[in-house]
Design a protein around this ligand. Structure first.
Ligand code: SAM
Ligand code: SF4
Length: 327
C-alpha cells in the first residue's frame, strides 16, 4: 500500500475533515430544510475513541497533516474538548469550523485542550437577516463568540461568509470593515448546490470577480500566494491584514484538492460532491485492523474523480446536505 493517500490524478491527500456530529443548533436556510433534520441515533455516531483511531491510522500511515473538526455544529457534541485533547496529541494542525454561537462558553477550554485555529461562519451583520437566514436570533451571541475566540488567543480567527444574490450581496464592504477593525481574516464563499432545499441556481451565486470589484470600491489590496489554501488571498496595501475568496463554483480548486472527509456516522467521502462512500464504522465495530482501515481509506481516495462538474449537464447533487457533510 502506498504511504500517501494519493488518487489516480496524483493528488496527495493530507487534510482530514471530521464531522463530529450531524446535529446543529441553527437551521441555516442554505444548509438545512426548514423542518430540520432527522438526527442520527447516538449509537450510530462514531465515539471519540473511534474518531481518534481513524485519525491516528491516517496520520501514522499516510502523513495526514491537518485535521479540521466540523459538524453539523461541532460545539454541540458534548465534551468536545476531550476529543480535541486526544487529537492534539497526534501533532497535526488542528482546527475547527463553527457557527460561533457557543464560543463564548467554550473558546477558552478548546484552546487549552490544544485547538489551534478557528473558522467562524457568519453570513450577515444584520440582526433581522440573521434570523431569516439561520432561523435563530443569535447574531449577538456569534459576535460575542468571535470576541471570545480572539480573547482566547486563536490566531488567525477567520470569518467565513457565504454570499447569496439578493440576500447578503450588499455586505461585502461591511464584512471587510469588521475584519479590519477586529483583526479577523474574512473569507467570502460562493454558494454551492448543497442546500437541503434544492433551491440553488447559478444566478444566486455571487461570483469571485464581483466580490473583488465591490471590495475595490473601498480598499486597496494585492494578491498574495495562496499556498494549499482553497482561498484566493489578498493583502491590504496599508498592512491591516488580509481577506480571501473561496470561489468553489466559478474557479474550482479541485485540481489541488487535498481533502478527505469522515462523516459523523463513519463514512469516508473523497469529495463534498461524492455520490459514494466507504463505511468505516462497520470495520471499526467488527474487529477491522488498522491495515483494513488504511486499505479502505486508500481505496476511496484512489476512486476520487477529477472535479465536481457544477454547472455541467452531468452534474448530480449528492443525497446529503452540507450540514451532514461538514463543509
Ligand atoms: N456548523 C458549522 C458552521 O456553520 O460553521 C460547521 C458545519 S457548516 C456545514 C460548514 C460550512 O459550510 C459553513 O461555513 C457554512 O456556511 C458552509 N455552507 C453550508 N451550506 C453551504 C452551501 N450551500 N454553499 C456554500 N457553503 C455552505
Ligand atoms: Fe448548522 Fe453550520 Fe449548517 Fe448553519 S451552516 S445549519 S450552523 S451546520
Amino acid at each position: 500500500m502506498a504511504s500517501e493517500l494519493i488518487d489516480r490524478f496524483g493528488r496527495v491527500h493530507t487534510d482530514l475533515r471530521i464531522s463530529v456530529t450531524d446535529r446543529c443548533n441553527f437551521r441555516c436556510q442554505y444548509c438545512m430544510p426548514a423542518e430540520g433534520m432527522q438526527w442520527l441515533d447516538r449509537s450510530d455516531i462514531l465515539t471519540f475513541e473511534e474518531i481518534e483511531r481513524v485519525s491516528r491510522v491516517l496520520v501514522d500511515r499516510f502523513g495526514v497533516r491537518s485535521i479540521r473538526l466540523t459538524g453539523g455544529e461541532p460545539t454541540v457534541r458534548a465534551r468536545l474538548s476531550v476529543l480535541v485533547a486526544k487529537l492534539a496529541k497526534l501533532g497535526v494542525d488542528l482546527s475547527m469550523t463553527t457557527n460561533g454561537a457557543t464560543l463564548g462558553m467554550f473558546a477558552h477550554d478548546l484552546r487549552s485542550a490544544g485547538l489551534q485555529r478557528i473558522n467562524i461562519s457568519l453570513d450577515t451583520l444584520d440582526r433581522q437577516r440573521f434570523i431569516d437566514l439561520t432561523r435563530r436570533d443569535e447574531l449577538p451571541k456569534v459576535l460575542e463568540g468571535i470576541d471570545a475566540a480572539l480573547a482566547a488567543g486563536f490566531h488567525p480567527v477567520k470569518v467565513n461568509a457565504v454570499l447569496m444574490r439578493g440576500i447578503n450581496d450588499d455586505e461585502i464592504v461591511p464584512f471587510l470593515r469588521l475584519g479590519r477593525e477586529k483583526g479577523l481574516t474574512v473569507r467570502f464563499i460562493e454558494f454551492m448546490p448543497l442546500d437541503a432545499q434544492g433551491e440553488w441556481s447559478g444566478d444566486r451565486v455571487v461570483p469571485y470577480d464581483e466580490i473583488l470589484q465591490q471590495a475595490r470600491q473601498e480598499f486597496d489590496f494585492e494578491p498574495i500566494a495562496r499556498g494549499t489554501s482553497p482561498a484566493e488571498r489578498f493583502a491590504y496595501t496599508d498592512g491591516t491584514g488580509e481577506f480571501g475568496v473561496i470561489a468553489s463554483v466559478t474557479e474550482p480548486f479541485c485540481e489541488s484538492c487535498d481533502r478527505i472527509r469522515l462523516t459523523a456516522e463513519g463514512q469516508i467521502r473523497n469529495c463534498l460532491f461524492a455520490l459514494e462512500h466507504v463505511d468505516l464504522r462497520q470495520l471499526l465495530r467488527n474487529g477491522g485492523t488498522d491495515d483494513d482501515i488504511a486499505r479502505a481509506v486508500a481505496g476511496e481516495v484512489d476512486r476520487k474523480w477529477a472535479g465536481h462538474a457544477i454547472g455541467q449537464v452531468h452534474f448530480l447533487r449528492p443525497s446529503k446536505s452540507m450540514s451532514q457533510l461538514g463543509g
